[in-house]
Design a protein around this ligand. Structure first.
Ligand SMILES: C[S@@+](CC[C@H](N)C(=O)[O-])C[C@H]1O[C@@H](n2cnc3c(N)ncnc32)[C@H](O)[C@@H]1O
Length: 245
């Protein structure tokens, strides 16, 4: 996969993309990430990339005659152009999964008041990080890149690493524990030490469903259930079968 990022602040990306899993994915050639300075497409002695908005009002607007040639230069034949915008589709794990299937993403970061509307013809999709306003699209572009890159096959240690995690199947992930076995008087749930994989799998499903019920009940209404999930959910809500209901 290839990710091209267009920004007025390329230096913001240095650290997040030079650490941890993203750095390893780049080193192993699983993803190519290029951060471009939009000012490279600005003309004139001051390489001005933003200007006052027509019609008045406070704040600067990013110039279409800078952004359009930049998009044309980097999108190639297969680039899917995403403008990070509070007005876009809110980022979710299913959307991340769809983006991860594309060979080439071009992420356009706005700043100041935003971008000249005439860029929209060159944009395939707008994506928002949520219903709040940030100073720029750089942090959303980092979030999209991070979430997408970790879904590229081979990036995480094992393919199973994200199989059960939050949102991958419409549930929140079960609780996690590591050594030591006792911390501040609190013990690891015994089932996790039992070696009984079937019992562990069932416990994890139960805790996933319980957590989702308590923290994000809206997610439960958006999915369907297989027979085992239905049974575990019924036990959570009504007690074990034959328990006097
Ligand atoms: C201050 S915002 C502009 C907001 C714009 N004037 C509006 O009201 O819709 C500057 C830039 O930050 C980015 N941005 C801000 N909030 C965002 C969000 N929730 N999701 C994605 N990008 C965001 C966009 O690229 C935007 O062009």
């Amino acid at each position: 996969m290839r990710v091209d990022i267009l920004t007025l602040f390329p230096e913001m990306f240095t650290s997040p993309f030079s650490s941890s899993i993203i750095r390893r994915a780049r080193e192993r050639g699983l993803v190519t990430i290029e951060v471009h300075d939009l000012r490279d497409w600005a003309t004139g002695p001051h390489r001005q990339a933003d200007d006052y908005g027509f019609g008045g009002g406070a704040g600067m607007v990013m110039k279409a005659d800078v952004i359009i040639p930049a998009l044309q230069a980097v999108r190639g034949d297969d680039g899917h152009v995403v403008y990070l915008s509070p007005q876009g589709e809110v980022l979710t794990q299913p959307l991340v999964a769809r983006l991860a299937r594309r060979p080439h993403l071009v992420l356009l970061c706005g700043h100041y008041q935003g971008i000249d509307e005439r860029c929209s013809r060159f944009i395939d999709q707008e994506i928002s990080l949520g219903d709040f306003v940030l100073t720029g699209g750089e942090i959303p572009a980092m979030a999209v890149t991070d979430a997408v890159v970790r879904l590229i096959p081979g990036v995480l240690g094992s393919e199973a690493s994200h199989a059960g995690e939050s949102f991958s199947r419409g549930l929140l992930e079960h609780p996690l524990y590591t050594r030591p076995r006792v911390v501040a008087g609190m013990e690891v749930p015994p089932v996790l030490l039992s070696g009984d994989h079937q019992a562990i799998r069932r416990w994890r499903l139960r805790l996933s469903l319980l957590r989702t019920l308590l923290k994000r009940p809206d997610l439960l209404l958006q999915r369907s259930y297989d027979a085992e999930e239905r049974q575990v959910l019924e036990e959570l809500l009504f007690g074990p079968p034959g328990g006097g209901r």
